[in-house]
Design a protein around this ligand. Structure first.
Ligand SMILES: Cc1cc2nc3c(=O)[nH]c(=O)nc-3n(C[C@H](O)[C@H](O)[C@H](O)COP(=O)(O)OP(=O)(O)OC[C@H]3O[C@@H](n4cnc5c(N)ncnc54)[C@H](O)[C@@H]3O)c2cc1C
Ligand code: SF4
Length: 207
């Protein structure tokens, strides 16, 4: 795996105008990540992509790479594009296992996040890093939303989501599982309970 990843990384031309980035909906700093990795800075490369997208490991597995980063890579015009997804996955997984997320000083401001799908997880990590006290309310027992209950495990192992939960708990994020907002508890109740803002990340599930 590592040999394949290094060989793929070495194929990158470090383009001045990287089309791979243009093809990525969240503008992942792909050439910078690859160069940092080749220079021995795997942790720095991992931090760089995590700062841009806390779900970088997940995206390295489930994004539509053939249409996005890899589909735009300049090398794909005449041959095989750089296998960016496996490079990002290798870097992000190595970084995730040892990362200690830095948190700004606590602001003593509470934020409620409804839903623990990719939207809820991402905003919770970003806000907790900025010092907000985040509580996630989730209808289901476990976090992940469609990542857990829709995408099959052979594409996205559930252990990744469990590991995210551990890191989020370390960041001070609180979970209220089996709790639906909009029934016995409404958004008004959350404001009454002292939450200053509420992020609604309930997905678009059609029943
Ligand atoms: C079968 C399937 C496969 C997919 N495969 C891919 C893929 O391979 N690659 C890809 O990029 N995208 C894929 N998608 C799309 C992707 O999963 C969604 O774009 C993404 O999950 C949306 O994230 P979200 O956080 O907005 O919502 P969701 O993932 O739907 O999460 C919403 C969460 O909110 C919770 N919730 C809902 N209402 C309430 C409430 N009132 N109170 C408390 N909690 C609530 C839900 O239980 C859920 O956990 C797939 C979607 C499906 C359905
Ligand atoms: S477009 Fe391809 S070759 Fe150019 S920087 Fe991106 S991954 Fe590297």
């Amino acid at each position: 795996m590592a040999v394949h990843v290094v060989n793929e990384a070495k194929r990158c031309l470090n383009c001045k105008k990287p089309l791979c980035r243009t093809g990525c909906p969240i503008n992942t700093p792909i050439p910078m990540m690859i160069q940092e990795f080749l220079n021995g800075g795997i942790a720095e490369a991992g931090e760089m992509v995590f700062e841009n997208n806390p779900l970088s490991i997940v995206c390295s597995l489930v994004c539509d790479h053939e249409k996005q980063c890899e589909g735009h890579c300049i090398l794909g015009k005449k041959g095989a594009p750089v296998h960016i997804s496996s490079i990002e996955n290798y870097i992000s997984s190595a970084y995730f296992d040892q990362m200690k997320i830095k948190r700004e000083e606590r602001k003593n401001k509470r934020v409620a996040v409804i839903g623990s799908g990719p939207a809820g997880i991402t905003i919770s990590i970003i806000l907790a890093k900025r010092g907000y006290d985040v509580t996630i309310f989730e209808t289901r027992e476990k976090i992940g939303g469609v990542l857990r209950y829709g995408i099959p495990a052979f594409r996205l192992p559930k252990s990744i989501l469990d590991n995210y939960k551990e890191k989020m708990l370390e960041l001070g994020i609180r979970f209220r599982p089996n709790t639906t907002i909009g029934g016995a508890i409404g958004i008004d109740d959350l404001f009454r309970d002292g939450y200053l803002s509420v992020f609604v990340g309930t997905g678009v599930r059609i029943h």
